[in-house]
Design a protein around this ligand. Structure first.
Ligand code: G3P
Length: 218
């Protein structure tokens, strides 16, 4: 499973990239607003840090403007994935970009039917939002299972399931069990993956016992 970080915070991206375990970055207009930075230079900076896909989202909702924005975004770097909403206009832009060889991330997916359309439009990634479904008392992970099952029936679909709106490590491990391709996670959720109290307890005991030996490896 690939790990993307869902943030526009440069310090977090640099820190997580330094682990060697980060495969890409996703951003959205809310994350850009939160960063307080200029959109295009910020995305350029992110693309310099991470060699994997970097999702940059269009702001328009109409086809013509979206297409023009996508043209600007795709030229930022070779590793840009243009992010478009799951709307008729968004999928039309998706099809054109995909046919031209540009990576596309289709976002705001909340149903298997929508995911089917995105695959037919040639999306590189489909982003089902598990956390936001959980928020309205629907089981977000059920949607991941449905999409993975549907996509697996059609070898001509090459769209990767990118689990989005991830809120906790369980969203990641359960999606991995289903065979989802990617999880995009807030930085704190990626860091939480390392944690287990028995790891801390065991390490503390090893450190104390090693001291008793009076030895040094170096
Ligand atoms: O970037 C899309 C998605 O991951 C947003 O997550 O937490 O705002 O629902 P969230």
């Amino acid at each position: 499973m690939k790990f993307f970080v869902d943030t526009a915070d440069i310090d977090d991206i640099k820190d997580l990239a330094s682990t060697g375990l980060l495969d890409g970055v996703t951003t959205n207009p809310s994350l850009i607003a939160k960063s307080g930075k200029e959109f295009i230079p910020l995305i350029e900076e992110i693309c310099d840090i991470v060699s994997g896909p970097v999702s940059a989202e269009v702001a328009a909702t109409d086809y013509e403007t979206m297409r023009k924005e996508a043209e600007v975004l795709r030229k930022i770097a070779d590793n840009i994935a243009v992010k478009v909403p799951l709307t008729p206009a968004g999928l039309k832009v998706c099809k054109e970009l995909s046919d031209g060889g540009t990576m596309v991330n289709v976002t705001l997916c909340f149903s298997a039917a929508q995911a089917l359309l995105a695959a037919k439009a040639g999306a590189t990634f489909i982003s089902p939002f598990v956390g936001r479904l959980d928020d309205i008392s629907q089981t977000g992970l059920d949607l991941i299972a449905e999409i993975v099952t549907i996509y697996s029936q059609y070898p001509n679909f090459h769209t990767e399931v990118l689990v989005a709106s991830v809120r906790n490590p369980l969203h990641i491990t359960e999606s991995a069990k289903m065979g989802a391709d990617v999880a995009t996670c807030p930085p704190n959720v990626i860091r939480a993956l390392y944690n287990h109290p028995l790891t801390d307890k065991g390490l503390a005991a090893f450190v104390e016992d090693w001291k008793k030996t009076g030895q040094s490896i170096l």
